[in-house]
Design a protein around this ligand. Structure first.
Ligand SMILES: [Zn+2]
Length: 138
């Protein structure tokens, strides 16, 4: 016998489905903030936290801000690439940037990889390695 549901429960279920669909299909065109935009967002978040900001610390505030922005398709500016390796970078779904670990002169048509993630040249999305994240071998 099916459980009885109210209209409110149906609306709530539709909202949950919409949230899950958004999580499974992130925005197709993510916007990358400039350093100035990210700094402005950071200052606004820090001001809103007031006295709590000092206890949380810069790293935690930046991580929370990055994750919140990434959830709606907005990325922090990428860090300066490490020298002496391929400069290609992409951001994962949490907004964390990854740099290709291949040599600077590798064939970019074969795509990029940092050992944990791989992605086609020109993509900004994370694509898991075919066998999943690399795990330490014994
Ligand atoms: Zn590369």
């Amino acid at each position: 016998m099916p459980a009885q549901s109210t209209t409110a429960e149906v609306v709530d279920l539709d909202q949950r489905r919409a949230v899950l669909a958004a999580v499974e299909a992130p925005p197709s065109a993510r916007r990358v903030l400039t350093e100035g935009e990210f700094d402005a967002a950071y200052r606004a978040a820090r001001a809103e936290l007031g006295l709590h900001a000092r206890r949380l610390g810069t790293y935690t505030i930046e991580a929370a801000l990055t994750s919140a922005l990434a959830a709606v398709g907005i990325l922090p500016p990428p860090p300066d690439p490490e020298p002496d390796q391929c400069a290609a970078q992409f951001a994962d779904l949490a907004g964390e940037w990854h740099q290709c670990a291949e040599d600077a002169d590798h064939d970019q048509a074969e795509g990029h990889s940092d050992g944990e993630w791989s992605w086609p040249h020109g993509e900004t999305y994370a694509v898991p390695e075919p066998d999943g994240p690399a795990e330490a071998q014994q």
